[in-house]
Design a protein around this ligand. Structure first.
Ligand code: F58
Length: 836
């Protein structure tokens, strides 16, 4: 070690250029990146070149903060949060990062003034990483934003799918899926880490042996190895120096394996192995709430979980720690059961690879993991055929058997004569074929289990996880979801954000509860006027987008009634269609009828193999085709299906909504997060008492929420009594006429067969009770229309909704996880060096 203190070298200009935030520095860096990273002369650069140059400019500043963080954390004794999720639905990075860095306005001005460029045009260039299906993946992304903002050292771990969720186009009214080639022009946000790789064993068999100390041990002899390579994306918090990372794994063939084939002259065999291995992270499974036991999916899950746990152990050992203290330094959250195999994998790593004894390893494992459940739908609870599981993960199956045996022994002590309970709680389902139950594994292997809204958590305790709740009640808690106001207000609704800030300052962006200061202006006519103006301008922008994407002309003066989310029967998009058709029938029966102009906007993807969901899209577009062009309707009703609903498209949609449709059958939607995004942007909600709607209504007040429909309890009672949808059909003329019009071929050019499966399913089965809720829904919509006539009152309600949404910031959710589950505290990063 040198003892003489070195004098600091003066910073060279290039160092400053890579990290500084002054406008001039940013400009220089931008041009440098264009020339030296993009190899472009400014005069020949395309908007995409400019976007990439700006992205690198921003990334440099984030990496600077990330490096500082690593340096700081290495010196500290802290617990790292690891959020394991098979999906992260991030949305475009650039705009968000500019906001979090605090340079959005400066960059906007600089590119305009100096380079004559429109920042929005550059932002539009970014292809979003669609590495998720819907709510669950988007929640993970919101949580990363909040954790960084709260200055919690975190790594998000997931899969770098080469093809994310498909792009949706509409052909002849039907959904057509197009591969999502998001990486085709490169990805400036990620840093490939060739130095961080792990080999993941798969298949083969296990053997017992005695080690040097005469201890019996098990060795796994895999059939193949797949190599995982880390790709890091920096995740910067809002106006803090904490820059966490999202570490995604890409699969590659292991050299040792393909060389073997190569050495015996089997060149093609070697290449085949490579292609086979790389397939592992090729594509995201596009199923939402509907699972098929596909081997590749289990391979994906195990692959990313194994890489992530190996990485954590690497970090842990490199800090000079022993495996024995792992749980003190890592809190690992399982985002649903998709990473639940991690419980068995950590046991394997500790027992087989690090030679810990079983009881110690089990203690560490349970203290490390916590599990979040996101669904009550039985078809979405993961279970893997035993045969499939054992052939891919023979060692894990043995470990799971062992965990199961020890666990069931404990259960037996408490409930000595309850064989049924034992078989329900077993990690192995033997009722109908044999399966490994991932939710049971997650529960047994965790120290904390949570649902994502109060109602959902209560229903979990009463239904799917009842036995586990009764057995270990203290492990259960509720953590109501939240969303990040940075992306879903500041970035996506700048007009509203500026108006709010002009009244109450900008503290609300980090402390959303401060929005309640808006309450005092709810009746202020001047403020109301500005509030309405903001909404109108947002609606104008959306109308323009709708014209560009669908060629449908809509009036910004009409009420924008919006339903956007994944297509699923339980979410009941077709209930809104029944409403539209009922209004249409009223017009047909009496063209003079007073109907306030409404624009119904739908958006959402259907799982490619989900026939009914795709038929509902076809129904929406077909009803639109007829209603939009019927002169009798005279533009009073417009129906739009906005194609390719993703994060990027969602932003202008939430900001332009007057009415937010949250109409799932009570007891089915675990939480919902779109409901929060709409309300934060001043939309009023029409909704059932389902998921987080219940809490939104509680917060905004029943007078500012349009409630309809059966409660979860009523749904349950009606189901158990035996429910007959045909009764509602016959008893309600408007309902019957709406269904009949659909069945008559009116919306399908006379084809009575097209929508028959949908009509039949409603009249003869109606699993999600649309008909039972129809009357209440239509009545409620009537109240909505009346309320919309009184613009002042509507605006007051809209302001109050926003003012009372503080609870639904993901910052609040993350604070609860940190304090109650992970036991971690903020750890601020000091940049020290001047940034200029
Ligand atoms: C969603 N689940 C819930 N799953 O449906 C929603 O109520 C909740 O707000 C959200 O999680 C966040 O908690 C969800 O999005 C999936 O997309 C899975 C993807 C993988 C296959 C199974 C469904």
């Amino acid at each position: 070690m040198a003892t003489t203190k070195k004098t600091k070298k003066p910073k060279t200009r290039s160092e400053k250029i890579r990290t500084g935030l002054a406008v001039d520095t940013l400009k220089r860096a931008f041009v440098d990146n264009l020339v030296y990273t993009q190899c472009r002369f400014p005069q020949f650069a395309t908007p995409h070149d400019y976007y990439v140059a700006l992205a690198y400019t921003v990334r440099d500043r984030m990496v600077h903060r990330f490096m500082k963080g690593v340096e700081t954390y290495l010196k500290e004794d802290l617990r790292l949060v690891c959020y394991l999720s098979a999906e992260f639905l991030l949305g475009p990075h650039l705009g968000n990062n500019l906001i979090n860095l605090g340079i959005y306005e400066d960059v906007d001005k600089a590119v305009k003034k100096e380079l004559g460029l429109d920042l929005q045009k550059l932002l539009d260039q970014e292809e979003e990483p669609g590495l998720g299906n819907g709510g669950l993946g988007r929640l993970a992304a919101c949580y990363l934003d909040s954790l960084a903002t709260l200055e919690i050292p975190t790594i998000g771990y997931g899969i770098r799918y080469e093809f994310g969720i498909f792009d949706q186009v509409i052909h002849d009214g039907w959904q057509v899926e197009i591969t999502d080639k998001w990486l085709r022009y490169g990805n400036p946000w990620e840093v490939p880490r060739a130095d961080i790789t792990f080999d993941v064993p798969m298949g083969g068999h296990t053997e017992g042996y005695y080690d040097h100390d005469g201890q019996y041990r098990v060795r796994w002899v895999p059939h193949r190895l797949v190599r995982g390579i880390a790709y890091d994306t920096p995740i910067l918090g809002y106006r803090v120096n904490t820059c966490n990372i999202l570490r995604l794994w890409r699969a590659e063939a292991c050299e040792s394996f393909d060389f073997q084939a190569f050495n015996v002259g089997d060149y093609y065999g070697a290449v085949e192995e490579k292609v086979f291995s790389e397939n592992l992270t090729k594509v995201l499974y596009p199923n939402d709430e509907q699972l098929q036991g596909k081997r590749l999916r289990l391979e994906q899950q195990y692959f990313f979980v194994s890489c992530s746990l190996q990485d954590m152990l690497r970090i842990h050992l490199s800090r000079g720690e022993s495996p024995d203290t792992f749980h003190h330094k890592f809190a690992v959250q399982l985002n649903d059961t998709h990473p639940a195999v991690g419980v068995a994998e950590l046991m394997r790593l500790l027992v087989d690879e690090h030679q810990l004894d079983w009881d110690r390893a089990w203690h560490i494992t349970r203290k490390t993991f916590a599990y979040t459940n996101h669904t009550l739908l039985p078809e979405a609870l993961e279970k893997w055929p035993l045969q499939l599981f054992g052939s891919l993960l023979p060692r894990h199956l043995e470990i799971i058997y062992e965990i199961n045996q020890l666990f069931l022994d404990e259960v037996r002590v408490r409930y000595p004569d309850d064989g049924q309970k034992l078989s329900r709680m077993s990690l192995i389902d033997e009722s109908d074929g044999k399966y490994v139950r991932m939710a049971n594994l997650a529960c047994v292997g965790s120290h904390a289990i949570n649902g994502v809204a109060e109602l959902h958590t209560n229903l979990l305790k009463e239904t799917v996880l009842r036995d586990f709740f009764e057995f270990m009640p203290d492990m259960f808690s509720n953590k109501t979801n939240g969303v990040t106001p940075r992306r879903f207000m500041v970035l996506s609704n700048p007009r509203l954000s500026k108006l709010i800030t002009s009244k109450i300052g900008d503290g609300w962006i980090k402390h959303l509860e401060e929005l309640n200061k808006l309450e005092q202006f709810a009746d202020d006519p001047a403020f109301q006027k500005k509030w309405r103006q903001v909404k109108l301008e947002n609606k104008r922008d959306l109308a323009t987008l709708i014209r560009e994407r669908t060629a449908i002309e809509v009036s910004p003066e009409s009420m924008f009634d919006i339903l956007v989310k994944r297509l699923h029967e339980y979410k009941r998009q077709h209930l809104s269609v029944l409403h539209i058709v009922s209004l249409y029938n009223r017009i047909r029966q009496n063209p003079e009828v007073a109907i306030r102009p409404r624009t119904f906007i739908f958006g959402g993807k259907a799982a490619p193999g989900y026939f009914m969901a795709k038929l509902i899209i076809k129904l929406i577009t077909s009803v639109g085709e007829v209603v939009n062009n019927d002169p009798q309707v005279a533009d009073r009703l417009k129906v739009v299906f906005f194609p390719d609903f993703n994060v990027k498209n969602a932003q202008p949609i939430y900001s332009a909504a007057d009415l937010s449709e949250q109409i799932s059958m009570a007891g089915k939607e675990a939480s919902g997060t779109g409901n929060m995004k709409f309300a934060m942007n001043g939309a009023l909600t029409i909704g059932t008492l389902d998921g987080a709607n219940v809490e939104i209504r509680e917060e905004v007040g029943p007078d500012n929420f349009f409630l309809f429909g059966l409660t979860a309890e009523e749904v349950f009672d009606l189901k158990s009594k035996g429910h007959n949808p045909a009764e509602y059909y016959h008893a309600n003329t408007e309902l019957r006429e709406a269904i009949d019009l659909i069945g008559s071929g009116h919306f399908s050019q006379g084809d009575r067969d097209l929508f028959k499966p949908l009509v039949d399913s409603l009249v003869y089965n109606d699993e999600y009770m649309l008909l039972a809720d129809y009357h209440s829904y239509i009545d409620c919509q009537e109240r909505v229309s009346q309320a919309y006539l009184e613009q002042d009152h509507w605006t007051r309600m809209s302001i109050l909704n926003v003012a009372r949404m503080g609870k639904f910031s993901s910052d609040r959710s993350m604070r609860e996880y940190c304090e109650e589950i992970w036991k971690v505290k903020p750890f601020p990063i000091n940049l020290e060096e001047p940034t200029e």
